[in-house]
Design a protein around this ligand. Structure first.
Ligand code: BGP
Length: 495
């Protein structure tokens, strides 16, 4: 039976705002995720605010529409009577040694984590970085080294220093390019020899749907979003340029949220809808990985009267310093139709997605698709011919911990088996150059979409609930032993 290459980077993936905690420790400043409450499958997360003039307080849901109505004079603020899951999250800040030891025990070769920008530059526009924050990640990387684990670092995963949002309006302001590049330069220099792989912005295309999470933007409009994306593209290209100047070892990847879109019927209208929906995501990789603005998007900007703040030399910069590799998250496929379908709703991203009758879904409507990774990998490689890396894949489940601490998550093992098998077909049968696979949330953490703890993804259970109660103790789920066995056999033994 076929195997993955020996140097294949098996790992797990996390994000500071969902995992790290220590939100006001070690000199860290507040960021945009620190003012986000929790929610649920049906209740959206909210951004809390205070009007410093009137003392009035309130909150607004974080999704695109309501955010546009953000009240004048309202400043996003942490309020006393609210619960914020990012503040402690699952406390990697104090458990990093224990967690990395568990990763070592599983035999992981890589660990995707994000650096908390506001831990390094507490206000985002500070003249000097925060030494204590830098030291924290030094300790983390030293610990990884003990177990031969290669870090994969996301520079910005759904958080922006809050001050940059309050003072500049987040990524709607071009000045964020320089702040971000300075931050990237600081860490790339500091961790030279310790970190080789960086991703610039997590799921860069999600800013379109979640401007608060992706860009720290309160008052989004189509024009603002087009330019915010442009600024992030330019910032990413500058980071690639800098990395190549700093060391031939450094590799900078793009990170895209990607799920193939299936047409629900063979009606050409459905096919067209699937194609145009795919363009909504692929636009971001066409620019950042492909190195060019695709005509379908430029034409759309023309029709919509969007004016791109593109300065001289920037198109050339994007062309010459596109990403070294394309990483992406892929949880499943989405199915679209122009027809009226009674049983709608699947996934958390695409409006208009309907349930695929061939696939099973979890409690949050996310489907398990046994062919999705092979399809996604082929689609992306056909388009860009660059190395790929699956940096998120997994299934959220309200796991039950038994009295002896065990968790029997056979549904997760089943998901892993199907997904790894599909990924293996892409590598072994289709010859796709895949660098690695980091399963999402290998140690339980807070959900980005809902802020819940109950939507768990880990191989390791963390004792914490949706009210912030629990000991934070770690225990191994059945999937922990399964993944360990898969890695030990280089992906051959999936039984
Ligand atoms: C991706 C994000 C992650 C993560 C994951 C699962 O979109 O990059 O941060 O959370 O989705 O989503 P959720 O947490 O909403 O279940």
């Amino acid at each position: 039976m076929a195997k993955f290459p020996k140097d294949f980077l098996w790992g797990l993936a996390t994000a500071a705002n969902q995992y790290e905690g220590g939100w006001n420790e070690g000199g860290k400043g507040p960021n945009t995720s620190d003012v986000l409450t929790n929610g649920s499958h049906t209740v959206p997360r909210r951004v809390t605010w205070k009007n410093p003039e009137t003392g009035e307080t309130g909150s607004v849901t974080m999704t695109f529409g309501p955010m546009m109505k953000f009240l004048k004079g309202a400043v996003p603020t942490v309020l006393e009577n609210e619960y914020y899951p990012s503040h402690i999250a699952t406390d990697f800040y104090h458990h990093y040694k224990e967690d990395i030891a568990l990763m070592g025990e599983m035999g992981l070769r890589t660990f995707r984590l994000s650096m908390n920008w506001a831990r390094i530059f507490p206000n985002g526009d500070d003249a000097e970085p925060n030494e204590e924050g830098l030291k924290f990640y030094d300790n983390v990387f030293d610990e990884c080294k003990k177990y031969g684990i290669e870090p994969l670092v996301t520079l910005s995963h759904y958080e922006t220093p809050l001050n940059l949002t309050i003072k500049y309006g987040g990524w709607k302001d071009r000045r964020l390019i320089d702040f971000f590049v300075k931050y990237a330069e600081t860490v790339m220099k500091r961790y030279l020899g310790k970190v080789k792989y960086y991703l610039t912005f997590n799921e860069i295309n999600v800013m379109d749907m979640m401007p608060w999470m992706g860009g720290g933007i309160m008052d989004a409009s189509p024009n603002v979003l087009a330019n915010a994306a442009h600024y992030q593209f330019v910032a990413s290209a500058k980071v690639v340029k800098l990395a190549h100047e700093l060391s031939p070892e450094l590799r900078i990847g793009q990170m895209l949220a990607y799920g193939p879109i299936y047409a629900y019927t063979c009606d050409p209208e459905d096919q067209l809808k699937a194609l145009t929906t795919m363009h909504g995501s692929l636009f971001y990789s066409d620019v950042q990985t492909g190195g060019y603005y695709p005509p379908y998007r430029l034409k759309q900007y023309e029709r919509d009267g969007i004016v791109l703040d593109c300065q001289e030399g920037e198109m050339e910069l994007l062309r010459d310093y596109s990403a070294d590799f394309l990483s992406f998250s892929c949880y499943g496929s989405n199915t679209m139709t122009t027809h009226e379908i009674k049983d709608g709703g699947a996934g958390n991203m695409f409006a208009g997605a309907v349930k695929n009758p061939y696939l099973e879904t979890n409690a949050w409507g996310w489907a398990t698709d046994p062919q999705v990774l092979r399809i996604a990998l082929n689609q992306l490689y056909d388009r860009y011919r660059k190395p790929l890396w699956i940096v998120e894949n997994g299934i959220g489940w309200n796991d039950v911990k038994e009295e002896d601490g065990s968790v029997h998550d056979d549904y997760r093992i089943d998901y892993l088996r199907k997904n790894i098998s599909s990924m293996r077909d892409a590598v072994v049968l289709d010859g796709i150059p895949l660098m690695g696979y980091t399963m999402w949330g290998g140690i339980d953490l807070v959900s980005a979409g809902t802020g819940e703890m109950r939507k768990r993804y880990g191989f390791v259970y963390v004792d914490r609930d949706d009210e912030g109660k629990g000991t934070l103790a770690r225990s191994r789920k059945d999937s922990f032993y399964y993944y360990k066995k898969v890695i030990a056999s280089d992906g051959e033994d999936l039984d």
